[in-house]
Design a protein around this ligand. Structure first.
Ligand SMILES: Cc1cc2nc3c(=O)[nH]c(=O)nc-3n(C[C@H](O)[C@H](O)[C@H](O)COP(=O)(O)OP(=O)(O)OC[C@H]3O[C@@H](n4cnc5c(N)ncnc54)[C@H](O)[C@@H]3O)c2cc1C
Length: 324
């Protein structure tokens, strides 16, 4: 494709099938781009038309409104990865450059094929590399930011490419500069991995996928964990123990699990329309049968309200709400 004008965009494209929730209305304008030049031209066209832009990766961390998105949705399919530097870190490390539309799954299998260690935690996480960097995706105590050397991004507010060091990206738990400033679009990422033993890497990946399969058993049509887990530093444990003595059972976890609080608040299995709080893992809201975005939103608002009332903790969505 070669995007030059609005006539190169599709119109009124239903977004639900492009998300793991299988929820969401149409995009007023839509483009699926496979090259960086098309990605940037689509931004230019949208700017000239004063259209808001939303970049969609794998759609695995979004809840799109039933009314859809009244601007341009660009589905990022800019793929590719290359080894850019070997023999770093005393001969043990490699650096890769990966385009942001590349799927995390393909990156994980590339790492395995080449015996590169560092991405074992990511096995089984859906979505694109761009989405993972923006949300600082993670699992098993590791996250994307552990690997990032630098990020090449496009600043839509000034129409310029910029290169950010890992420090500039200001990564925190499920947080980054890209999440705070939606004008910054990730184009490619430079990451570092260690050269390791293929069998060890493979068995760790299999182990992680098995743990994941167990905890996600019976879950489909979701966007992963709906809320962020809570950092212990922000929790008054002694106070919480008085109201919720069972807190002791999760004290050894990296974070206070949001799903634990939702479960203890009595919301397991709760329905709103056709959206349901999964009864096995209460941080998953699932689309049971053509649920509306509004159903999911109401259910998540209920979780926030009850958990705040009962435990004084403010749940923060991890899922990006679009068009609300
Ligand atoms: C079954 C399941 C399990 C999951 N498990 C985990 C897990 O263990 N850990 C975890 O962290 N997450 C998990 N997730 C959530 C999700 O997979 C990750 O957050 C993923 O990294 C999102 O990537 P995506 O490409 O699908 O992003 P999308 O859902 O497409 O987009 C999410 C946000 O990122 C923005 N974005 C996408 N690409 C770019 C870009 N190039 N530049 C700037 N912004 C961009 C979008 O605009 C949007 O705001 C899970 C989801 C599911 C469905």
């Amino acid at each position: 494709m070669n995007i030059k004008s609005v006539s190169d965009f599709k119109e009124n494209v239903l977004l639900a099938p492009l998300t793991t929730f299988k929820i969401g209305g149409p995009a007023r304008y839509f483009a699926e781009v496979a090259s960086e030049s098309d990605l940037l031209s689509s931004f230019d066209v949208a700017k000239n038309m004063n259209l808001p832009v939303f970049v969609l990766g794998g759609g695995s961390n979004v809840l799109i409104a039933d009314s859809g998105f009244s601007g341009l949705v660009v589905r990022n399919r800019t793929i590719g990865m290359e080894i850019i530097k070997e023999e770093q870190f005393g001969g043990q490390g490699v650096a890769l450059r990966v385009f942001s539309g590349e799927s995390l799954a393909r990156l994980v299998s590339f790492a395995l094929q080449n015996s590169f260690s560092g991405l074992e935690w990511a096995a089984g996480i859906p979505g694109t590399v761009g989405g993972a960097v923006r949300g600082n995706a993670g699992a098993f105590g590791r996250s994307a930011s552990d690997l990032i050397l630098e990020v090449e991004a496009y600043d839509m507010s000034v129409g310029k490419k910029i290169v950010l060091s890992s420090q500039d990206c200001d990564f925190r738990y499920r947080q980054s500069i890209f999440k705070r400033d939606p004008n910054l679009i990730i184009l490619s990422v430079k990451i570092n991995l260690e050269v390791g033993d293929k069998k060890t890497i493979q068995s760790k990946m299999i182990e992680n996928v098995k743990i994941r399969a167990k905890s996600e058993h019976g879950i489909k049509n979701s966007a992963g964990c709906f809320f962020k887990n809570i950092e212990w530093s922000g929790v008054d444990k002694e106070k919480l123990k008085n109201i919720l003595p069972e807190i002791e059972t999760v004290e050894n976890k990296y974070k206070l699990p949001a799903g634990f609080l939702i479960e203890k608040a009595g919301l397991s299995g709760k329905f709103e329309g056709n959206a349901k709080i999964h009864s096995g893992h209460c941080n998953y809201i699932i689309n049971e049968n053509s649920a509306k975005a509004d159903d999911v939103k109401k259910l998540s608002d209920l979780c926030k309200k009850i958990v705040a009332e009962k435990y004084g903790i403010d749940l923060e969505p991890e899922v990006q709400l679009v068009g609300f």
